[in-house]
Design a protein around this ligand. Structure first.
Ligand SMILES: Cc1cc2nc3c(=O)[nH]c(=O)nc-3n(C[C@H](O)[C@H](O)[C@H](O)COP(=O)(O)OP(=O)(O)OC[C@H]3O[C@@H](n4cnc5c(N)ncnc54)[C@H](O)[C@@H]3O)c2cc1C
Length: 381
């Protein structure tokens, strides 16, 4: 139950349902997924059966027509699962990749792909970043050249979540090679198995170990025109638009992680004997955890407000950038303290906050690094 006025009874019920799913399916299995470096496909189909993957999409495609607030509920609860790699895989599918199709897809494209996305039979990914172009999206070098009814795609994408086991990839490429800066980018839907499209390598990471992050190679990949999402040469604007949803969701995930880490740490310090009492008796520890709890509450409320603005169709770039900058940094500060107050146990692989501290690091980098977000805020001050 979340007593914020931003959440209806329906959303509170949804939260309970997602929490039950995570307790049953994710918490007992997450460590095995981390070892295997993979989230089993049936987890996606189970989420699909529960309606979690299609919450934002119309009923006609297996969805339930909810808004940004539902994504926030999902992201916060996924954040609480303590396995950031799983949270990332799921949220890339629901909120970072599939919106590229859902927002602009033609009726034919929607009918072709949406049902298998909302059911979890097809897992999707979004491929924008390249080794030479991350924060500076406009610097991408992957290109597509028209050839009859097809486009021929060449280039390499980097750090792509769901990259190894995904089925449907929304790939950004330059289509107007003369266009300057952000112009001349188009998004293509590329299916696994398309000739010339391969996984270069699976990437070893600090955290998010169960998430399959990969380098993707496009070598003369022929993509039919009917796989273009939205308008040719207008893809950059679609990427920027979806960044608002993506960053809100990443903020909510970070606050779910931070809140859970504080709960785990409170449980630990209230029971850990030290100096004739327990660690919680120490004012320094009590005050630091109180301060962090207040900051997490502030981060959550800011996230809810930005999500609400987004759901109303309001311009919320400043607020969403604040969410991403504030929450992405804060989760790292919280996890640093949580590891610290677990002492040596905080450094052990068996302790959830150890994994969570590694998982948190990317929250200040991926999907808009903190400094990039601060520049977005600065432009609007
Ligand atoms: C595990 C993981 C999963 C990912 N998943 C995906 C995915 O599914 N799809 C996808 O397309 N991408 C994905 N990414 C890419 C991610 O979004 C980028 O790594 C991120 O945008 C940063 O880009 P970069 O790594 O090229 O860093 P750079 O752009 O080289 O920046 C390096 C650092 O410089 C600083 N910096 C950058 N720009 C500025 C600025 N303007 N002012 C001040 N400082 C600045 C920041 O501190 C930044 O961290 C993923 C990355 C990781 C690590």
């Amino acid at each position: 139950m979340n007593n914020s006025p931003y959440f209806s009874e329906e959303l509170n019920m949804l939260r309970d349902q997602i929490r039950r799913f995570i307790e049953k399916e994710v918490v007992p299995n997450g460590e095995a997924w981390e070892e295997a470096g993979k989230v089993p496909r049936d987890v996606f189909t189970k989420m699909g059966q529960l309606g979690i993957l299609g919450m934002r999409y119309p009923e006609a495609y297996g969805g339930s027509g909810l808004d940004t607030m539902a994504s926030v509920v999902l992201a916060e609860e996924l954040g609480r699962c303590t396995f950031g790699g799983f949270s990332a895989d799921a949220l890339v599918h629901t909120d970072m990749a599939s919106p590229h199709l859902a927002n602009v897809g033609t009726p034919e494209q929607l009918a072709r792909w949406m049902p298998s996305i909302t059911s979890g039979e097809k897992v999707c990914a979004v491929a924008v970043t390249e080794a030479g172009a991350g924060s500076d999206v406009a610097g991408m070098r992957t290109r597509a050249v028209q050839d009859g009814d097809d486009w021929v795609l060449n280039g390499t994408k980097m750090f792509i979540t769901n990259g190894v086991y995904g089925d449907l990839f929304f790939v950004a490429a330059k289509t107007d090679l003369e266009a300057k800066g952000s112009r001349g980018v188009t998004i293509f839907a590329v299916e696994k198995g398309t000739p010339g499209f391969t996984v270069g390598k699976r990437l070893n990471k600090t955290g998010w170990l169960c998430s399959d992050t990969a380098e993707l190679i496009f070598d003369n990949v022929r993509v039919p025109s009917e796989n273009i999402l939205g308008e040719v040469n207008k893809g950059f604007y679609a990427i920027m638009k979806n960044f608002q949803n993506e960053r809100t969701v990443l903020g909510a995930m970070a606050m779910g992680e931070a809140a859970k880490a504080i709960e785990l740490t409170l449980e630990y310090v209230k029971n850990r004997p030290a100096f004739g009492g327990v660690l919680w008796d120490k004012q320094a520890i009590r005050q630091r955890l109180s301060e962090r709890s207040a900051q997490v509450e502030a981060g959550r409320q800011l996230t809810y407000h930005a999500a609400w603005m987004d759901a109303q169709g309001m311009d919320c770039v400043k607020e969403v950038s604040m969410v991403k900058a504030y929450c992405g940094d804060l989760v790292n500060k919280v996890l640093y303290d949580c590891v610290q107050f677990h002492g040596g146990m905080g450094y052990m692989r068996e302790t959830p906050v150890e994994r969570m501290s590694r998982d948190a690091r990317i929250q200040a980098i991926g999907g808009g690094a903190t400094e990039v977000m601060l520049e977005e805020i600065a432009k609007r001050l």
